[in-house]
Design a protein around this ligand. Structure first.
Ligand code: FAD
Length: 308
């Protein structure tokens, strides 16, 4: 059995966790242990590490998981079906287990640009969950993705919820959600999944709003997330001309706008954390974006580690 059962802990209290990603550069990798140490000052119950599409950073993913372990908390590796055969999955997961990493987030994975399928033996996360349970029993704790607004390519929200139920039936332990700023939709989804017999704890993914381009990109490049009026206003009021994606904007107020956007974004993020905590979700999973300073402000100002 996995040494720490996060899903069982979530039944007892609301957890705090972070998500990091393997940096592309050597310098980034050198700096990451310092970032993880800073995040660990908040005593998160776990830190997860993303897994690159097409296996582009798989080696680094393992290194990052080891950094998390060395910093004294539980690593959760994201893991996808992209380009992975049954045998390859077995081998890789055994490698994680041999290194004491026994928690995973089982995903289909983002399809690399231009691909129409996973290019591996499994088409969907449900298949991966069933396979891992069959091959490894309860040695690995399995989290799965849930999309409160429905996954962008689902037939309908109902169909997506049926898939989530299948993940539970196939042996998944808890849900990590896609970001969702539409709180009314989130409440609807939470009720709907419970009505559908999904009892898994819900760990809510929250992306700190720090950068205009990154916020728009995360919402719209893949996920089709609704941006509430208040968030749109923050973006519009601080719009960097000609647009936030331009590498050399002609807007003379660019630095001030970036700072103002971040200040308003942090406030927005804190309010969102309050709302999710009040709903009584089982965990707050902050996409730390490898930035400990801004995350520190959010954690301290939200009282998430002191208001307990
Ligand atoms: P699935 O649950 O397999 O669903 C994919 C689509 O297919 C959905 O529309 C679903 O409704 C539909 N579907 C599923 N099963 C069936 C079926 N049997 N028949 C018909 N339709 C079906 N991506 C990465 O590449 N690396 C990461 O590290 C990563 N981390 C993430 C972390 C979190 C918290 C979340 C929420 C997402 C993350 N992703 C990551 C993105 C994720 O891989 C994508 O959202 C991907 O497009 C779908 O993955 P899934 O596991 O939700 O897929």
């Amino acid at each position: 059995m996995a040494k720490v059962k996060l899903s069982a802990m979530m039944e007892e209290k609301q957890l705090l966790s972070f998500e990091v990603f393997p940096p592309k550069t050597d310098k980034g990798m050198e700096n990451l242990p310092g970032t993880i140490d800073k995040l660990c000052e908040f005593k998160p119950e776990y830190i997860s590490c993303t897994y690159g599409a097409g296996g582009t950073n798989v080696g680094k993913n393992m290194d990052v998981c080891k950094m998390i372990q060395n910093a004294g908390t539980t690593p959760v590796t994201h893991f996808t079906c992209i380009g992975n055969t049954r045998e390859g999955i077995k081998e890789q997961l055994q490698g994680y287990l041999d290194n004491g990493i026994d928690h995973m987030l089982a995903l289909r994975g983002d399809l690399p640009f231009g691909w129409t399928g996973t290019g591996g033996d499994f088409k969907y996360a449900t298949d991966l969950v069933a396979y891992v349970r069959k091959e490894f029993g309860d040695k690995i704790e399995i989290a799965v993705a849930g999309s409160p607004e429905g996954h962008i390519s689902c037939r309908s929200l109902d169909a997506d919820i049926a898939v989530l139920k299948q993940k539970q039936d196939n042996g998944a332990d808890y849900i990590m959600t896609q970001l969702c700023w539409d709180m009314e939709q989130f409440r609807y989804w939470l009720d709907a999944i419970r009505c559908a017999g999904i009892t898994m704890p819900v760990d809510v993914g929250i992306m700190p709003i720090l950068d205009q381009a990154a916020t728009i990109n995360m919402a719209l490049s893949r996920n089709g997330c609704v941006m509430p009026r208040e968030l749109c206003e923050i973006i519009s009021k601080n719009w960097i001309f000609p647009n936030p994606f331009d590498k050399e904007p002609f807007d003379a107020a660019v630095d001030q706008k970036k700072a103002d956007f971040k200040k308003a974004g942090i406030e927005y993020t804190i309010n969102q954390i309050d709302e999710y905590r009040a709903i009584g979700v089982n965990g707050i999973h902050l996409y730390a974006l490898n930035k400990w300073k801004d995350v520190t402000d959010i954690i301290n100002e939200s009282g998430i580690r002191t208001l307990v």
